[in-house]
Design a protein around this ligand. Structure first.
Ligand code: G4P
Length: 541
C-alpha cells in the first residue's frame, strides 16, 4: 500500500462554531458526483473507488450487485433494455479517515435535468473522459449543467491503457470545447496503449504502475523522485519530461481558487480498469474538493453546518422496487445531525414528518441509517408529500431555494387508451410529475383528459409511458403537440396570449403558467410586437 500522505493541497476551513462534533464530521466529508458519456468508465471507476476505500474486497462485485438489483426491480427493466442508467444511487465509503459520498448521475443527456438536481446536492464533480475520444456529446451537455451550478470539477482521462489521443491533444480538446482552463495534476509516462505510470506534479514524483489481473486489487505503485529517474530505464520518460517542462513554463499548475470557482479543472490520467491513477485521483478528492459549507437559504442567509438539522430533497422516487411499494425522498443533509426516528418539519406544508425508516441507498438496496451529518445523503421512506426541492428541518425553521426546472423543449399530448383505467392514469401522472420525471401541463378546456407532457429529452417520455403502463396499469398513447418552445407567463398576459393563433397557455402542477409556441420564430415576433406581455425564458420554480 502506498504511503498515506497528509493533505496535498491547502485544506478548507469552516467558520467558528458551537457544535464541534458536527463541524468535525462535516469537515471529514466530501460529497461529489461523476459525470461522463456512457461507456467512458464511470461504473468501473466507481467500483475502484469502493475497492480503494475498502468497501469491497475485490473489484467485480459492483457489477454483480447491479445485476441483482436489476433482476429484482421491474421498473429498471427499461434501463437494462436500453443499457443506460436512469436511476441515481448514492454510495458512502471511507478513505484516509474521510467520509466520501458519491452520488451517481444518469449518463444520458435526456436526463440532464436529473443530473442538475443531483449536482444541487454535491460539492464537486469528476468528469470522466475516454482517452481515445476526448469530449463527447453527452459530456458536453452534462458539463454545461455543472457550469450552471459552478460545481468544482476534476477531470479523469480514462482508458490510458489503450491506444488513444496524446495528452496535449486531450487538454486542447477540453479547453476548446468547454472553455475551462486545464491544470494537469498528473502527467502520463508512456504512450496511450503502453502506459507506464504518471508524474505526480505536486510531489514531483514518478508513480510507476504495475498491472494486476483486470485490476481486481489495488495497483502496485513504485514511487521514484522525478530527479532520480533514469530516462534510459523507463520508456516514455524523455517525452514526458519535455512536456512537463512545457507545462511548467505555461504555469498550468493546479490552482485551488480557480478550481473552486469552476474556472479551472485539475486533470488526472489513468485507467480505471487496471486501477492506474485511481489512488491519486481519490487523494485529490479528499484534498481539493470542498467540505460541506453553510447552505444559503431562501432569505440568502447561510445556515451554519452545526445549526439544528436541515436537509433538502433532490430526488423523489416511488415504486423503485415492487417489493417496497412506497415513495422515497432522497435528501442531502445541510446542517446538524440526522438521527433516525427524529420528527422533523416539512417546510412547504408545515407538517411533521417522522423519520422512522431511513436508509442509505445503493440502487434499490437499502441499509438502515441511524446517524447522518452534513454532506450525507439519506433516503426517507413514506415521504408521501415531499417533492423535489423541499426542505426538512428541526427546531429552527429554514427553507432552501427550490431547484430550478429546465425549460421544456419537447411536448406530447397523452391520454389513456383504456378509459376504465382513468383513475390510475391520473394518479400515475401526479406521481411522475411530483418526482420530476416529466412536467405535466393542463389546459383550461381539456384538463385531465388529455394533458400535455413536457420534457427536456425524448427518453423522459419513454420512462413516463413505461411507468404508467407497468406501475399503474394505465395503457397510454402519445400524440404530437404542436409546440417547441415555452415561456413562463402570468395570468394577465395569459388572457391575451390565449387569443393569439398558434399559441396556447397551459398550467403546470405547481401553478406556473406556461405559454407555448409553435416555434422560436413565431415567439420572437410576438415578443417584438407585444413587448407588454410577460414572457420569461427562465422557468424558475
Ligand atoms: P460507464 O459506466 O461510463 O457506462 O462505463 P463502464 O464503467 O461500464 O465501462 C464501459 C466499458 O469500458 C467496459 O467494458 C469497461 O470494462 C471498459 N473500461 C472501463 N475503464 C477502462 C479502462 O481504463 N481501460 C479499458 N481498456 N477499458 C475500460 P465492457 O466491455 O462494456 O464491459 P466488461 O465486459 O469489460 O465488463
Amino acid at each position: 500500500m502506498p504511503p498515506q500522505t497528509a493533505h496535498r493541497f491547502p485544506t478548507h476551513t469552516l467558520a467558528l462554531v458551537s457544535n464541534p462534533e458536527v463541524v468535525d464530521e462535516a469537515r471529514r466529508r466530501r460529497t461529489f458526483a461523476i459525470i461522463s458519456h456512457p461507456d467512458a468508465g464511470k461504473t468501473t471507476l466507481t467500483e475502484k473507488f469502493l475497492l480503494y476505500g475498502g468497501a469491497i474486497a475485490e473489484a467485480g462485485s459492483v457489477k454483480a450487485r447491479q445485476g441483482r438489483r436489476s433482476a429484482t426491480s421491474d421498473w429498471m427493466e427499461l434501463e437494462q433494455k436500453r443499457g443506460i442508467s436512469i436511476t441515481s444511487t448514492a454510495l458512502q465509503f471511507d478513505y484516509r479517515g474521510q467520509v466520501l459520498n458519491l452520488l451517481d448521475t444518469p449518463g444520458h443527456r435526456d436526463f440532464s435535468e436529473d443530473t442538475y438536481r443531483v449536482l444541487a446536492a454535491t460539492d464537486a464533480a469528476i468528469m470522466v473522459l475516454d482517452g481515445s475520444k476526448g469530449i463527447e456529446a453527452q459530456t458536453l451537455k452534462l458539463f454545461e449543467v455543472c457550469r450552471q451550478r459552478n460545481v468544482p470539477l476534476l477531470t479523469f482521462i480514462n482508458k490510458y491503457d489503450r491506444p488513444g489521443l496524446a495528452p496535449l491533444e486531450l487538454l486542447d480538446d477540453i479547453e476548446s470545447h468547454l472553455n475551462i482552463r486545464t491544470t494537469p495534476a498528473t502527467w502520463p509516462v508512456g504512450i496511450p496503449g503502453d502506459f507506464r505510470g504518471v508524474v505526480d506534479r505536486l510531489n514531483n514524483q514518478f508513480v510507476k504502475f504495475d498491472r494486476t489481473a483486470r485490476g481486481s486489487t489495488e495497483a502496485p505503485e513504485l514511487l521514484i523522485p522525478a530527479a532520480d529517474v533514469d530516462p534510459f530505464e523507463h520508456d516514455g520518460w524523455a517525452d514526458a519530461a519535455e512536456e512537463l517542462e512545457l507545462l511548467d513554463a505555461t504555469e498550468a499548475d493546479v490552482d485551488v481558487k480557480s478550481f473552486l470557482a469552476g474556472e479551472s479543472t485539475p486533470v488526472f490520467f489513468g485507467s480505471a480498469l487496471t486501477n492506474f491513477g485511481v489512488r491519486l485521483l481519490l487523494e485529490s478528492i479528499v484534498d481539493l474538493a470542498p467540505a460541506p459549507a453553510p447552505r444559503i437559504d431562501v432569505n440568502e442567509e447561510p445556515r451554519a453546518v452545526d445549526a439544528p438539522f436541515s436537509a433538502f430533497a433532490f430526488k423523489v422516487q416511488a415504486n423503485m422496487d415492487p417489493s417496497h411499494r412506497d415513495r422515497i425522498a432522497v435528501v442531502r443533509v445541510c446542517s446538524g445531525v440526522f438521527e433516525r426516528g427524529m420528527t422533523v418539519t416539512h417546510a412547504r406544508t408545515g407538517k411533521p414528518f417522522a423519520t422512522k425508516y431511513a436508509h442509505t441507498l445503493f440502487g434499490s438496496e437499502r441499509e438502515t441509517v441511524d446517524l447522518a451529518y452534513p454532506g450525507d445523503v439519506v433516503g426517507l421512506v413514506n415521504a408521501g408529500d415531499v417533492r423535489v426541492g423541499d426542505t426538512l428541518y428541526e427546531s429552527e425553521p429554514v427553507e432552501y431555494p427550490r431547484i430550478p426546472s429546465f425549460a421544456p423543449e419537447l411536448f406530447r399530448k397523452i391520454r389513456t387508451t383504456d378509459t376504465g383505467r382513468f383513475k390510475q392514469f391520473r394518479k400515475g401522472l401526479v406521481q411522475l410529475d411530483e418526482e420530476g420525471v416529466i412536467q405535466v401541463l393542463r389546459d383550461e378546456d381539456t384538463g385531465d383528459v388529455e394533458p400535455v407532457l413536457a420534457a427536456v429529452g425524448q427518453m423522459q417520455f419513454e420512462v413516463a409511458t413505461h411507468r404508467l403502463e407497468n406501475e399503474f396499469g394505465a395503457p397510454v398513447a402519445l400524440s404530437p403537440a404542436p409546440f417547441s418552445v415555452a415561456r413562463r407567463t402570468d395570468a394577465e398576459s395569459a388572457a391575451e396570449i390565449r387569443r393569439l393563433p398558434g399559441a396556447k397557455v397551459m398550467e403546470r402542477s405547481d401553478g406556473v403558467l406556461l405559454a407555448l409556441f409553435e416555434n422560436e420564430y413565431y415567439l420572437r415576433r410576438i415578443e417584438s410586437e407585444k413587448d407588454h406581455l410577460t414572457l420569461l425564458a427562465v422557468l424558475v420554480d
